[in-house]
Design a protein around this ligand. Structure first.
Ligand SMILES: C[S@@+](CC[C@H](N)C(=O)[O-])C[C@H]1O[C@@H](n2cnc3c(N)ncnc32)[C@H](O)[C@@H]1O
Length: 489
């Protein structure tokens, strides 16, 4: 599929919402700037409380991703710049935008079929938002179509007829164009040479991931590849971590039941909401007895298993989810480091909310001489920057912004971080290497090469058997990889 977003400047991903960056000034350049003032919709005049307004604002997020920028940054910039602040209205904008990003590969495929001569740039994003919203035949299909066309009309009057005709054709042919209708061609495409892009594009449309990503997952996870790709298109689960310093499981379950919120146990002090909800509405957040954290991410602190009195380093710590968890588990002396100054403020806030403390430093894990006080650590958490391929359903723009060559770039950065941190560990100490990636270059291969290069490094079996733990994304957790390394004395 050649209609891919332009190259991204986004080199780094976090599992948390604030994890990816773009230049805010750039993120603020809405479609209005790009389509010319005369025909443009000025952001402040677009009302997110109306369906047409929500579609337009979602389309502005898509415009940015198509231009190679980060979706979340632009969404936040739109919210910050807008007079309407109601969370409900913005929730719909986000749902429309995120859904269109999940469906991006399919949406482009549909547009290529219904408009073989191409789609004018100003209407591309509203059409992608509309197609995704109409994909499963919603009850309000008529209103969605009508309001999407209104949104196109405001962008460029003369293209309203084109958009209207295209969406009505889509509604008539919806079932034949549905991603599920492409399943057979998509599966067959493995044996299809690159010289037959028609069939290869069916895989992109069906699995709704870029071709290189599909090929990599298929090659590296031959038994699970379809399940992984499918999970990558689902809505992410919402995990919660209970703070053992403030509550026990039975009490927490009782409080959720009393509030009428369905949860289930998903691990030690880990709960899963049956239905995701805004973080601010989760009981106990302000009081610090519960924190939002993916159930897979909660393995990190438990695998490092801090003990009272230990000196622990969280070397890529922001925004602080795992630092907080480590501090909840034991009375440790924690140093929390991150290279990004702007990400340290949320980290400090996260620790303050839970009533725990750490020494927080800005520092580059690749060059510890610049910030390390020379006292070795008993345990280190290296929750390194990565491709984010295990959390792509939370940040669906990742799928379309990443390039296959980015994976090698992340692997290089991870190797440098590991090499930088290893000398900081006491003999006998342990380092937990963690990624939210499902790609072997950042996971098993990274660790295998590290152990080969460092004769004093041994892999510690994680469950008495497996040397590493690869959690694949499913209905309970995102995709994570863990390896525990021991420094021999
Ligand atoms: C996956 S996120 C960490 C998430 C965090 N552990 C948590 O649980 O909230 C990776 C972090 O590594 C930081 N980072 C990237 N390169 C780094 C480096 N060379 N040294 C230190 N931190 C780095 C990023 O700023 C980002 O905050």
């Amino acid at each position: 599929m050649n209609e891919r977003p332009r190259a991204s400047t986004d080199r780094n991903v976090s599992r948390e919402t604030s994890g990816r960056r773009d230049k805010p000034s750039r993120a603020r350049e809405g479609s209005s700037a790009r389509h010319g003032r005369g025909e443009a919709t000025r952001e402040a005049e677009v009302d997110p409380r109306t369906l047409a307004g929500a579609i337009e604002l979602a389309a502005q997020v898509i415009d940015q991703v198509v231009a190679g920028h980060n979706a979340l940054e632009h969404y936040h910039a739109l919210r910050a710049a807008h007079p309407v602040t109601e969370p409900g209205a913005w929730g719909r904008v986000r749902d429309l935008a995120w859904s269109a990003l999940r469906d991006y590969g399919w949406g482009r495929w549909v547009l290529a079929r219904l408009a073989p001569r191409g789609v004018p740039e100003p209407v591309l994003a509203p059409l992608l938002v509309a197609l995704s919203a109409l994909r499963d035949g919603p009850r309000d299909a008529h209103a969605l179509t009508h309001q999407s066309v209104s949104c196109v009309r405001l962008r460029q009057e003369r293209l309203a007829g084109f958009a209207n005709a295209l969406l009505r054709t889509f509604l008539r042919e919806r079932e034949a164009l549905h991603p599920e209708a492409l399943a057979e061609a998509a599966r067959a495409s493995a044996s299809v040479p690159a010289s037959m892009p028609e069939v290869q594009d069916a895989a992109v449309a069906h699995f709704r991931h870029p071709r290189w990503w599909i090929d990599k997952v298929r090659a590296q996870h031959p038994l699970d590849w379809e399940r992984i790709l499918h999970a990558g298109n689902t809505h992410p689960p919402m995990g919660l971590r209970l703070n053992r310093r403030r509550i026990d499981e039975a009490e927490a379950l009782a409080r959720f039941a009393a509030a009428g919120i369905a949860v289930r146990r998903a691990g030690p002090m880990a709960l899963l909401l049956e239905r995701p909800m805004p973080v601010a509405k989760v009981p106990g957040i302000a009081e610090g007895w519960v924190s939002p954290q993916d159930v897979g991410a909660q393995f990190a602190a438990r695998l490092l298993a801090p003990l009272d009195g230990e000196r622990v380093l969280d070397a890529c710590a922001a925004p602080g989810g795992k630092s907080a968890h480590l501090l909840e588990l034991a009375d440790i002396e924690l140093t929390a480091v991150d290279v990004e100054e702007t990400r340290l403020a949320p980290l400090r806030r996260a620790l303050a909310r839970l009533g725990v403390a750490a020494k927080v430093l800005r520092g580059d894990a690749r060059h510890p001489a610049r910030w390390w006080d020379g006292r070795p650590f008993d345990a280190i958490l290296a929750d390194v920057p990565c491709s984010g391929s295990g959390v792509a359903r939370r940040h669906p723009d990742i799928k379309w912004l990443r390039r296959t060559e980015d994976v090698a770039g992340f692997a290089r950065q991870q190797r440098e971080i590991l090499d930088g941190l290893w000398p900081l560990l006491k003999p006998g100490g342990r380092l937990l290497y963690a990624t939210c990636s499902i790609f072997a270059e950042e996971n098993e291969e990274q660790v295998r090469v590290f152990v080969k290069r460092h004769r004093d490094a041994r892999l510690v079996p994680l469950d008495g058997e497996r040397e590493t733990l690869a959690l694949l994304p499913d209905e309970t957790h995102d995709g994570f990889f863990y390896a525990l390394l021991r420094k021999t004395a």
